[in-house]
Design a protein around this ligand. Structure first.
Ligand code: SF4
Ligand code: SF4
Length: 233
């Protein structure tokens, strides 16, 4: 087996510095418990324990270029299982953040950009979204005649977020959400803006877009004076 020589200087790498104290990397016992429950352990010969070792050795380049960091589902089984409380969510998201945006796989960064630019992942206009929200409410009234859809209701207790995929491709799912709020009898509203209920920037490690979209959504919640933001996913 090839030996890897690590000096103190080399060990100070961007990834190791970025994940910092909270990830508790230094406390790894190499017990392998994290790898035992990981659904993608051994995919391309990688697993969470190896990831921690590689970061220790300053192998940032290999980590960042590895397809494995994108196969991780961020399920956090490893974090919960780790006896030392090592935070894999932070480690993997930080590793992804160091990948050039144009090298992120598939469409996930494009989806995050859509969110930032258009307030939802599917690039739906305010008018198109409202048309679908109201269309589904109209249909629901055949079953629940007194159903009313609150849109931009100021002072409502619950601000309802929705996955834009449902609005675009599975609008009938909106009726399930409407029914739950109706049955619960709570004061709620859908917003005409910033109603997206998923955030792909969280998965791509695009911290700037993640923060921007969340702050805009929080601003909208405050504008309407809602007390609770409800994620329906
Ligand atoms: S479970 Fe925790 S302590 Fe054990 S190898 Fe994995 S990271 Fe290290
Ligand atoms: S968070 Fe990633 S590394 Fe940890 S168990 Fe889940 S898939 Fe494996």
């Amino acid at each position: 087996m090839a030996r890897i020589l690590v000096s103190k200087e080399k060990a100070k790498t961007p990834l190791r510095d970025l994940v910092g104290e909270t990830s508790k990397l230094d406390q790894c016992l190499t017990c392998g418990t994290c790898a035992g429950g990981c659904p993608v352990a051994d995919w391309e010969g990688m697993d969470p324990r190896k990831l921690v070792r590689m970061i220790h050795y300053g192998l940032d380049e290999q980590v960042i270029k590895s397809n494995w960091i994108w196969q991780c589902t961020n399920c956090q089984r490893c974090t919960w299982a780790c006896p030392m409380g090592i935070n894999f969510g932070e480690i993997i998201t930080t590793a992804r953040s160091l990948v050039p945006r144009e090298e992120t796989p598939g469409e996930i960064q494009k989806t995050a950009n859509n969110h930032r630019e258009t307030m939802n992942n599917m690039r739906l206009t305010v008018e198109d979204a409202l048309e679908t929200f109201n269309w589904m409410a109209d249909e629901l009234r055949e079953e629940i005649p007194d159903f009313e859809l609150p849109i931009d209701k100021e002072g409502a207790e619950f601000f309802c977020t929705i996955n834009s995929k449902n609005v675009q491709y599975y609008p009938m799912d909106l009726q399930s959400i409407y029914k739950i709020f109706y049955a619960a009898g709570v004061d709620w509203t859908i917003s005409s803006k910033w109603w997206e209920g998923t955030n792909y920037a969280m998965f791509t490690g695009d911290f700037d877009t993640w923060e921007y979209t969340l702050r805009e959504q929080a601003k909208r919640v405050e504008e309407l004076g809602c007390r609770v933001m409800a994620y329906t996913e």
